[in-house]
Structures are given as C-alpha cells and as structure tokens.
Design a protein around this ligand. Sequence first.
Ligand SMILES: NC(=O)c1ccc[n+]([C@@H]2O[C@H](COP(=O)([O-])OP(=O)(O)OC[C@H]3O[C@@H](n4cnc5c(N)ncnc54)[C@H](O)[C@@H]3O)[C@@H](O)[C@H]2O)c1
Length: 253
Amino acid sequence: MAEAPAFAGRRILITGAGTGIGAVTARHLAAHGARVAVLDRDGGAARTTAEALNGNGLAFTGDVTDPAACDGVLAAMESAWGGVDGLVNNAGTWDHGALLDLTPERWQRVLDVNLMAPIAFANAAVRRMGEGGAIVNVSSVMGQVAAPGRGPYCVSKAALIALTRLQAVEWAGRGIRVNAIAPGYIGNETTQGLADAGSFDLAVIERRTPMGRLGSEDEVARGIAWLLDAAQSGYVTGHVLEVNGGWTAYGYV
Ligand SMILES: NC(=O)c1ccc[n+]([C@@H]2O[C@H](COP(=O)([O-])OP(=O)(O)OC[C@H]3O[C@@H](n4cnc5c(N)ncnc54)[C@H](O)[C@@H]3O)[C@@H](O)[C@H]2O)c1
C-alpha cells in the first residue's frame, strides 16, 4: 500500500511566503499533501504562490505587524479548512547600520517584524491548534554570531531563538513542538540584491563557508518540512536546525 503524503490534511500558515524561502516551502509542503495559507504584504506575490498549489493554497495580503492580518488569516483558515496545524514564522526584514548610528525607531521596526510578529502569530495559532501542532521560526546564522553593522537583524534573530526555546518548553504539555531553523547565506534574489548593493561580497562568503558555496532555498524548505513533520522529528522541540554549510562550525582563520 502506498504511504500517505507526509502532510496529508495538514493546514499550515507561512508568513512572507510570496517570494523566496517561504514560497519554496509552500510549494514543497503542498507537494506533500499540505493545505497552505500564504500571507505576504505583497498581495500579488501571495496570490502567485497560492495559485501554484493546485487548489491547496489560500492567499492573504497583510503586514505581519498588523494584528488584524494575523486574526484574519487564522479565522479564514478556520472557516475554509476547520483550523490550523502548523505555522512557519518566515517573514523577515533587516536594517544595516553601525550601532552608534541606529535610531530607536530603526531598531523597533526590525524587532516588530522579526520578533514581535512571530510572538503574536504563535500565540494566536496555538490557541487554535490541537495536539500535534508544530511551529517553525525562521531565524538566521546571524542570530548565532555577531555581524558588524547588522545589529537589529542579529539581535532580533537571536531573540527568536530564545523565544523558540521558551515556546517549546511552555507548550510541550499541549503537544505542540516549536523549533527554529537558522539558514546561512542562501543564494536567492534577496541575497543577490544585497550583494549587488555592496552589502557583502559573495565570493568572500563562499570562501568562508566550509562547503564552499551558498545554500539553496530548497535546502532550507526541506529543513522546515522536516521540523514540521512529526513522523520525522516527533521528539524534537526547542531545537535550532543549522542549514549553513558549516559556517558556525568553522573557527579557524
Ligand atoms: N536569504 C538568506 O540568505 C537568509 C538567510 C538566513 C535567514 N533568512 C531568513 O529567511 C526568511 C525569508 O527570507 P528570504 O531570503 O526568502 O526573503 P525574501 O525577501 O525573498 O522573502 C521575504 C518575504 O516576506 C515578505 N515580507 C517581508 N516583510 C513582511 C511583513 N512585514 N509582512 C508581511 N510580509 C512581509 C516579503 O514581501 C517577501 O515576500 C527571513 O526571515 C530571513 O531573515 C534568509
């Protein structure tokens, strides 16, 4: 007898899934049976992602910092699909600048998107999730190391890891697992755009990475899927899955 697809019947919300890692994750989960709610502040991109999911996608336009967007998506998932089983807090933003130049407002904007929104989405989702629910917070290698000039991003992604551990231990009794994924440098449009703008040098990054290359969006999506799938990672919670080609393991010159 053929095995049921890993995510058959699972209802999963992915924030920031209009493009990039979130969109690839949506396609991967739907290809394995999931129904996926795609939220993005870019409504056109959200629709493009959702329409490629063969009838198993719903698109929502909204900013993750807007409580109405959060409530609206979860209420719509409830009426369309009867609830929510999984959440991927993927939407992220950054602001580059030296610590002495950054204003409190610039810090706040990054913290609102990368930390406060995942808190709000997880709280709202967990109130509606049953036993077996799973959450993945998309952190970054920058949440594990210090990169000069990237203060709000590093701090918000480090806090997201701390939040993941707290959520994992507070919600274990509800049968809900919470994990983080920490991608290294992923070769996508965003990374290329930052390189083109002179934010970093991709050749230097490749040389600094033990595996000698950037990661792919698909490699991150597969990590997220593994963390969401109780058949694969049912005893894993509060974990940070590093998908970085060995970046954090490397400590030589
Ligand atoms: N690309 C990398 O190398 C890399 C590395 C480590 C971690 N990450 C993290 O992975 C996640 C996805 O990154 P990506 O490279 O796919 O980026 P991306 O820019 O390709 O995609 C992010 C998506 O989120 C949406 N978004 C951003 N802010 C939003 C908001 N406030 N409300 C709603 N939607 C919003 C954007 O419209 C976009 O569609 C982010 O959290 C990022 O920090 C990326």
